[in-house]
Design a protein around this ligand. Structure first.
Ligand code: PRP
Length: 182
């Protein structure tokens, strides 16, 4: 991590230690809830990759990992709610206990589309673990069984979250300096 990456961050919201502690707690809760079940954890590339990597190591159960990649049609930073699957899961969903691991629930449109899509494939159960739930108006109603942190409606980067593909490798989550986007 270079110094200039830090310079783009206005303030730290969640430190490396806070993230580690909370993800460990989420993993323990998931371990308790899914004991004896056939668990498939699905993560959405690319932002959730780092959360996924830490979360699965905090789950003390046999499980399978799979990945999806989606793109949302929409101009600039606003999502249209139409999500196209660029890469689908490799595993069959039917009859499995599926847990979607997402980095951030923002407008909720990505998760809405993913939940609807995976639910249509006949899983035994389907739940969502979101590391961050942003406090935004008109968020789609998503039942998140596990939420890491409530997050202010600001442009956050780090721990998988990017701005123009940068900052994903920061070990903490922080607010991007506004002048970085101007
Ligand atoms: C981000 C994030 C979620 C989605 C959340 O992905 O990883 O998937 O946006 O936003 P929403 O709730 O408004 O739908 P992005 O499209 O930026 O791609 P990335 O994961 O590759 O960073």
């Amino acid at each position: 991590m270079s110094t200039c990456e830090h310079e783009g961050v206005e303030r730290v919201l969640f430190t490396q230690e806070e993230l580690a502690r909370r993800v460990t707690e989420m993993g323990a809760q998931i371990t308790a809830d899914y004991a004896g079940k056939d668990l498939l954890v699905v993560s959405v590339l690319r932002g959730a990759a780092i959360f996924m990597a830490d979360l699965v190591r905090a789950i003390e159960l046999p499980l399978e990992m799979d990945f999806m990649a989606v793109s949302s049609y929409g101009a600039g930073t606003t999502s249209s709610g139409v999500v196209r699957i660029l890469k689908d899961v490799t595993s069959s969903i039917e009859g499995r206990h599926v847990l979607i691991a997402e980095d951030v629930l923002d407008s909720g449109l990505t998760l809405r589309a993913l939940v609807d899509e995976l639910a249509s494939r006949g899983p035994a159960s389907l739940a969502v673990a979101a590391l961050l739930r942003k406090d935004v108006p008109n968020q789609a109603e998503i039942a998140c069984r596990y939420v890491g942190f409530e997050c202010p409606d600001e442009f956050v980067v780090g721990y998988g979250l990017d701005y123009a593909e940068r900052y994903r490798n920061l070990p903490f989550i922080g607010v991007l300096r506004q002048d970085m986007t101007e």
